[in-house]
Design a protein. Structure first.
Length: 89
């Protein structure tokens, strides 16, 4: 987009939310353990081979809350995500 440098836009990550569709389930938004979050996050991640970067990542990860959002109704899920972005945590 003209006039926007996406590289300079910075947003603080306040939480990691794993979103999971489960047919027929009610909407659930729960805290999950660091172990469970790490197991879900790492297979889909690239980790720097530079030790300092790995250490920074782990420090950040250990300080960041983790949640699981399970849903079957798209409208409910979008509403919750929209509220989180508007109101924060």
């Amino acid at each position: 987009m003209k006039g926007i440098d996406n590289r300079s836009n910075k947003y603080l990550c306040k939480a990691i939310i794993f979103v999971k569709y489960e047919q027929g389930t009610d909407l659930n938004f729960n805290t999950i353990s660091k172990d469970m979050a790490f197991q879900q996050l790492i297979p889909d991640s690239w980790l720097s081979p530079i030790e300092e970067n790995g250490s920074r990542f782990l420090d950040w990860f250990l300080e960041t809350p983790n949640y699981q959002l399970s849903y079957s109704d798209n409208n409910e899920m979008v509403s919750v995500i929209d509220k989180l972005f508007r109101d924060g945590f």
